[in-house]
Every structure is written in C-alpha cells, then in structure tokens.
Write a new protein. Structure first.
Lengths: 285, 311
C-alpha cells in the first residue's frame, strides 16, 4: 500500500515535468492552429542552453534558466517570423511537415555545437538530498518540479482568465477574423503566442537539466510524449493538458511498477482510445 | 512515346545494374526500391486520398517481423515475403477500421499512436520479437517453387533481381490502380468528401481500401528487408522511420505518380553525397524540407514538369 502511494508521488513529479513540456504545445495549437512538431526540439534547446550557462559557464542556476528562456525566445521568434507565418493558410499536413523539418535541423545543430555525446549536468547543491515519504527517500528536486508545475499552472490560469492580455488571446483563438475586425493585431499576437509557447517548452527543458540527461534526439522523443498528453486533454485545451499530463505521469509510474513490459504500449492505447471515442479530448467541448 | 522509351531504357539499365556496379551501389539500389514501395503506399493515402499517416512504419515492421518469423521456420523466400505482405495487409485492414474514423490532424495522431503501439511491442515483447536485440540470424532463403525451380539467394545480385522484379510488379500494379476508377474516386474524396458522398460513394469504405493497400505496400517493403539484412530491430517500427516515406514523397512530389519513387532515389542520393562531406546530413535535409514546404509543394517532379511545359 505504501509502495503504491509512494509511486503515485513519483508519478506526480513525472506528470508535472510532462505538463511543463506540453503546456506550450497546446497553447500554440489553440491560438495559431499549428501543431508544432518541433516543440520537443525547443524543449531540448532549453535544456542545452541551461546546461551551457549553468554547467559549462558557471552562471547562477536561476539566472541560467532565465537566459535559456530568452535564447529560445529568440529562436522561436525567428521560426515564426521567417517560416511559420507563411503556412498558416495551408493544410495541417504542411504545418506538420514544416515543423518536422525543424526537428532535423535542431537535432543536427545541437550535435554540431555540443557534440553527439550525452551531457550529464551537475545538480545545484541546494537541490541535493531527499525527504522521506512513507519511509522512502524522495528527491527534493522532484518536489521542486511538482511545485514548479503547479505554480506554472496557476500563473497560466491567472494570465488567460484574469488579464486583458489573456482575454485578447482567447478571443483570437475562438474567432480570428472577429478579433481582427475589432482591432487585434493578429500577426503580432501570433508571434507573441508562439514565442511564449517556445519559452514554456524551454522552461521544461531547462528545469529538467539537473536530473535528466541532455542529449541530441531528446526533442524527437519528448514531442511524442507531448502529443500524447495534448491529445488526451484535447488539442488546444490547457486544462486538458494538465489533466492529461497527470494521467500519463501516474499511469507510467504505476505501469513501470506493475507491468513493465506493457507500460509504453498502454499509454499509446489510452491515446488511441481517446482519439477514437472523443477526438476533441477529455476536456474538449 | 518518348516517355515510354525512357522508361524502357531505365528498366533495362536496372536489369544490367549488377554487371555495371559493385556491391555497395547494388545494396543502395535495393534500399531505394524498398523506400519507393514504402513511399508509394504512403502517397496513396496522402497524395491521392488526402490522409497524412505518421504510422506507416508500423506496417513496415509488421511485414518485416512476419517475414523474419516465417523465414526462421520455413526457409523459403516466397513464403517469407508473402507471409509478411499478408500479415501487414490484415493488420492494416483491422487498424484501418479504427483509424479512418477521422481525417486531418486526428488521423495523423491516431496513426502515430498505433504505429508506436507496434513499436512498443517490438521493443518490449521479448518472447515474440526478441526485444531490443531484434530477431537475428534470418536466412536469405532460396527462392523455391517445389518441382519447378530453386534459386540460390546467397549472392547479392540474385537477391537484387528478386527485389527488382517484385518492385516493378508492385509499381506497375500501383500505376494501374491509380489510373483506374478507384484512383479517381480516391482523388474525388480528397478534393471534396461531401461531394463524393453525395454522388453515392462510400467514403469510409474507399478510405479503408486505400489504407489497406498502403499497409500492404509498406508490408511488402518491410518483408523484403530481413532477407537483405539478416536481422530486424525495433527502430524499423519507430515513428521516425514513418517519416522517411513522408520525406521521400515530399521531395519527389505529392501529386504525381512517380513522385515517391523519384523522392526515394533523391533521399538516398542526397544522403550519400552529403555524408561524404559532413556527418550532418539531416540538417541539409531539414533545410530542403523547409524550402519544399514554403516554395515547392509539388516536389521535384512538378519543377521538372513545369520546365518541360515551358520548353
């Protein structure tokens, strides 16, 4: 019984990590209507930049996360202004293909800059150690990730529901033309939302660096996780992505414990069943 | 007429290839043929029916694993290839019933999830698939028709001819298929689902047929792989392998018959040339993808045809 409870906590920390990954993806889809295949690669870039600032150059941990976000923001800005902007009117297929091109580019680019070998950054000293739950050690860092995930969820909720900016974004998401007619500058808004989504992805990557291996190819691996979560919660649905992340995190944690052979299989089954039964996601309208 | 002549020359060239080139180029040509078949099937779904699948590697893997399983028990090449093809076709039919319920992005996500289910089985179901080691020691069994002939497949040249003949047959059949009323019907559904439904076409059944045929072509390509490599490993089922026919088709051209074949050729040529200069060939491929999507969505074949039209 205690094992199960403890594994739930493990699942929750995994879930919050995945939530940070998926949030940006679903926001961008909700507003721009583009499913960004390269979102996982932005996540990877966030991890690499954070690793460089913190692990290689010895910049303060928090500052290196902020710097990493800003760098990825620039990358996202260029992606949107130079490329994505020209394909909004095309079929979804082309948006998937274009952003897929970026996966190839970013994957090789990080190999060129940082080499093909995986990097294992050091843990900041204030995150070392564990706390005890049910007589089992639980890393302080995982607690921090849980807290960060919940904090980001709260901030996003406040931002979208309670601010003027959030209302504009929601209005544009539900009716682009109408928002444009009442004076919303859609191109600038799209750039802003894409950059914001990219920074959220980078935040996930950057926060993960102390415990996760930073390696080329993690972008391609993470994007599938992000797809699963956003599909379960409903593409473009932020609340859905939060719940989707919890479902995937908890199922993974128990799956590894109870039936390790079919854990991965089961998660794709959940994704497929949601798509077949309720394609708009568990929380889609 | 001129086109037919060029085609004839190409086919003769392909048959003479083992005399002209060494083992490496022959090996590469086999891979180009496999990717051609894989991409043709994919493009029946994408270019002709308007459905972007990201799970075709799943059916490729089913074909490959089924062929390998057969060959490990019965050392007969034809049994292996047809075994792989049939099992992949059945898998595509069954999963197709589930997948074609949706179109557009939901279809892409659904095919992705089924493809990855097959990957996770290949990866983890050790008793059946050998897990991450894959299946090894698959014989390149002789081509045997009892009482009629028995051809030794050990030399690469012999196996090349088998792959070539299977590919040419499959490409010919595909040509017949897309130029038949069926091909027109599929394009009609792609252009307007409502209009197709209004003239009494069962959209769902035709999509399922298209999905199944695409799966059979992926399965055929997959089934031809284990005798060549003597091994099958889980990465053939991974979604990044599903991206290969997507890229090949995009390179060659979506809305032309020969697009996927030309694209498969270009895919390997580009890789082979760039790899001589730098190991970072994917970054070049990525840049090409960006240029194609932004400027040349008809692929190389359409650029060629446009030029021909002006001249």
């Amino acid at each position: 019984m205690e094992t199960l409870a403890f594994q739930g906590l493990v699942g929750l920390s995994l879930a919050m990590y995945l939530w940070l990954l998926a949030a940006g993806l679903t926001i961008v889809f909700g507003v721009l209507g583009v499913l960004n295949f390269a979102h996982g690669s932005l996540f990877m870039l966030g991890a690499y930049f954070a690793f460089t600032f913190y692990g290689l150059w010895g910049v303060n941990f928090w500052l290196s996360i902020i710097l990493s976000l800003l760098t990825v923001a620039v990358v996202g800005y260029l992606m949107e202004r130079l490329f994505l902007r020209y394909i909004y009117h095309l079929d979804h297929a082309y948006q998937l293909l274009l952003t897929f091109g970026f996966i190839l580019i970013f994957d090789d680019a990080v190999k060129m800059v940082w080499g093909g070998v995986a990097k294992i950054p050091a843990m900041p000293s204030f995150f070392e150690g564990t706390v005890s739950f049910w007589q089992r050690p639980f890393p302080i860092y995982n607690l921090f990730i849980i807290g960060a995930g919940i904090l980001v969820a709260l901030v996003l909720w406040l931002l979208f529901e309670k601010t003027w900016w959030g209302r504009i974004v929601r209005a544009s998401a539900s009716d682009r033309e109408m928002a444009s007619a009442i004076g919303v500058n859609i191109p600038i808004l799209f750039t802003g939302v894409f950059v914001f989504g990219a920074m959220l992805g980078a935040l996930g990557g950057a926060l993960g660096t102390p415990v996760r291996v930073v390696a080329p190819g993690i972008g391609a691996a993470m994007i599938i996780q992000a797809f699963i979560i956003t599909v379960i919660g409903g593409l473009g649905n932020l609340k859905g992505a939060f719940v989707g992340a919890i479902i995937v995190g908890v199922v993974s944690a128990y799956g590894i414990l109870l039936f390790p052979v079919f854990e991965l299989f089961l998660i794709f089954v959940i994704m497929a069943v949601v798509l077949m039964v309720k394609p708009q996601g568990l929380f889609g309208g | 007429m001129k086109k037919n002549l060029a085609l004839l020359v190409l086919i003769i060239f392909l048959f003479l290839l083992p005399i002209l080139v060494g083992k490496y180029l022959l090996y590469m040509t086999i891979h180009i043929l496999l990717l051609s078949l894989f991409a043709l099937g994919f493009n029946l779904l994408f270019g002709y029916t308007g459905l972007l699948s990201f799970g075709q590697a799943g059916f490729y893997a089913v074909g490959a694993y089924a062929c390998a399983k057969v060959l490990l028990v019965v050392p007969s090449l034809l049994a292996g290839i047809f075994g792989g093809l049939v099992v992949a076709g059945v898998a595509a039919l069954v999963l197709g019933i589930l997948c074609i319920r949706h179109t557009r992005i939901y279809f892409s996500m659904l095919t992705l999830s089924f493809g990855m289910m097959i990957f996770s089985l290949a990866w983890k179901w050790r008793d059946m698939t050998g897990g991450d080691d894959g299946l090894v020691g698959i014989p390149r069994a002789p081509l045997e028709i009892p009482g009629l002939l028995k051809l030794n497949m050990t030399p690469m040249e012999n196996y090349y001819y088998v792959v070539l003949i299977f590919s040419l047959l499959a490409i010919y059949l595909f040509h017949r298929l897309v130029n038949s009323p069926l091909g027109l019907t599929l394009r009609g559904i792609r252009d307007s689902e409502t209009r197709a439904a209004c003239v009494g076409i069962s959209v769902v059944n035709y999509r399922l047929l298209s999905f199944t045929i695409a799966g059979v072509y992926a399965g055929l390509a997959g089934a031809l792989l284990p005798p060549l490599e003597n091994t099958v490993t889980p990465p053939v089922a991974h979604w990044s392998h599903s991206a290969e026919p997507v890229l090949a088709t995009l390179l060659g051209g979506i809305y032309s018959f020969s697009g996927p074949i030309v694209g498969a050729f270009l895919f390997y040529i580009i890789k082979d040339i760039i790899v001589r200069f730098t190991e970072y060939w994917l970054i070049c491929l990525g840049v090409i993808v960006l240029i194609l999507v932004l400027g040349f969505r008809g692929g190389v074949v359409s650029i060629w045809e446009r030029k021909g039209g002006q001249g």
